[in-house]
Design a protein around this ligand. Structure first.
Ligand code: ADP
Length: 306
C-alpha cells in the first residue's frame, strides 16, 4: 500500500527544537539545536527530493538565540514559515553531562515558546492546510498544556479527514507528564488521530505492560491506526497493517554502538521519506533501519546520511 499522491508534497514536523549544549573533549560545551521531531525533520530534509517541502511547526522567542535557531533550521533547508514568534518567551535548552562515559541530561524547557504552538487554533488550521503529511510525537503532546493539546488533536483530526497522512511516534518521557496514567491516556488520544504509529517496544512495555510487539500493534490498531511499525532497538521491527502482522525486519548488526541518540527519530525519517514517496513498505522499513544503524555508530543526534 502506498501513500495517497493527491496531497501536497509537504511534510510538517511538529514539536520542540531546543538548544543543545554538548560536552567537548576540552571540557567546554558546544552549542547545537535538536529535539525529537526536529531531528526527524532534519533527516527527512536530507533524504527527500527538492520538490518536497519539509517544514517545522513550533514556537520560538524574538531574541537572538531564537533567531539563531531559525537561521540554523533554514540553512538545513527546513521551511520555518510555520514557526510562531512568542516575544515573551524563548526556546528551551538541555545540557548533556558525561560521567564516566554515561550521558545524563538536564533540561530548562518548562516555559519554552514551543509550549504555545497550539495556542491559536486558527493559525494551526492554516498551517495544517498546507500539509500532505504531519509528523508529531509523544513529546509534542507532553509539552502542550491540556487545553491546547485538545486544540492540537482537533486540528490533526480535521487534517486527517481531508486526507492528510498523520504519523505519530509515541516517544514517551515519563518526566514530562504529571503521572503514568496521564501519559498513557494522552498517548492513546494522540494515537487515535494517527494513520501511522511508530512506537518503540521498550517504552511501550514500561508504560503499558505488554510483553509482545504484536500486542503493542493491536492496541494502536484498536485506537484507529492503519499502519503500526514497532521498533525494538537492535531487535526485530514488527510491521502491522489493518490489524494483521505483515512482516518483520531484522536491522543489520552494527560493529559498535557509539551513541543511540536519535535512533528512533532517524528511523522515522528514513521510513517516512521512502513511504511518502510511494515506495513499498519493506523498502521503507529497510531505509529507516539502515539510516538508524548509521546514526547509532556516530556521536550526536544529527549525522549526515550516507
Ligand atoms: P528509540 O531511539 O526511539 O528508543 P529504538 O531503540 O527502538 O528507538 O531504535 C530505533 C531503530 O534504530 C531500530 O528500529 C533500529 O532500526 C535502529 N537501532 C537502534 N539500536 C540499534 C542497534 N544497536 N543496532 C542496529 N540498529 C539499531
Amino acid at each position: 500500500m502506498t501513500a495517497p499522491s493527491a496531497q501536497p508534497k509537504t511534510l510538517l514536523c511538529v514539536g520542540e527544537c531546543m538548544v543543545e549544549m554538548a560536552p567537548t573533549a576540552g571540557g567546554d560545551f558546544r552549542m547545537g539545536f535538536a529535539g525529537d521531531t526536529y531531528n526527524a525533520a532534519w533527516y527527512a530534509r536530507r533524504l527527500m527530493p527538492k520538490d518536497w517541502t519539509v517544514g517545522y511547526v513550533t514556537g520560538v522567542g524574538a531574541d537572538a538565540i531564537s533567531d539563531r535557531m531559525l537561521a540554523t533550521m533554514q540553512e538545513a533547508g527546513i521551511d520555518a514559515g510555520a514557526v510562531r514568534r512568542v516575544p515573551e518567551r524563548t526556546v528551551g535548552l538541555y545540557l548533556i553531562q558525561l560521567d564516566k562515559g554515561e550521558r545524563s541530561f538536564a533540561y530548562w524547557r518548562g516555559q519554552s515558546a514551543a509550549r504555545t504552538l497550539a495556542d491559536d487554533p486558527g493559525w494551526l488550521e492554516d498551517v495544517f492546510a498546507r500539509a500532505g503529511a504531519i509528523f508529531y510525537s509523544g513529546i509534542t503532546l507532553a509539552i502542550l498544556p491540556d487545553e491546547t493539546r485538545e486544540t492540537f488533536l482537533d486540528a490533526l483530526e480535521q487534517a486527517r479527514a481531508r486526507g492528510v497522512v498523520t504519523i505519530f511516534d509515541t516517544n514517551m518521557r515519563a518526566r514530562l507528564w504529571p503521572g503514568a496514567e496521564a501519559m498513557c491516556a494522552a498517548i492513546m488520544q494522540g494515537a487515535a488521530k494517527a494513520d501511522i504509529v511508530l512506537p518503540s517496544f521498550d517504552e511501550e512495555q514500561d508504560a503499558f505492560g505488554e510483553t509482545t510487539q504484536a500486542e503493542v500493534a493491536a492496541r494502536y490498531h484498536e485506537a484507529g491506526a492503519r499502519l503500526v511499525v514497532v521498533k525494538n532497538g537492535a531487535g526485530e521491527i514488527l510491521v502491522s497493517e489493518a490489524g494483521a502482522e505483515l512482516f518483520r525486519h531484522t536491522p543489520q548488526p552494527v560493529k559498535s554502538v557509539v551513541d543511540t541518540t536519535a535512533a528512533g527519530d532517524s528511523f522515522d525519517a528514513g521510513f517516512l521519506a521512502a513511504y511518502l514517496q510511494g515506495q513499498a513498505l519493506p523498502d521503507a522499513v529497510s531505509r529507516g533501519a539502515e539510516l538508524a544503524a548509521q546514526v547509532v555508530q556516530a556521536p550526536g543526534a544529527l549525522v549526515e546520511p550516507r
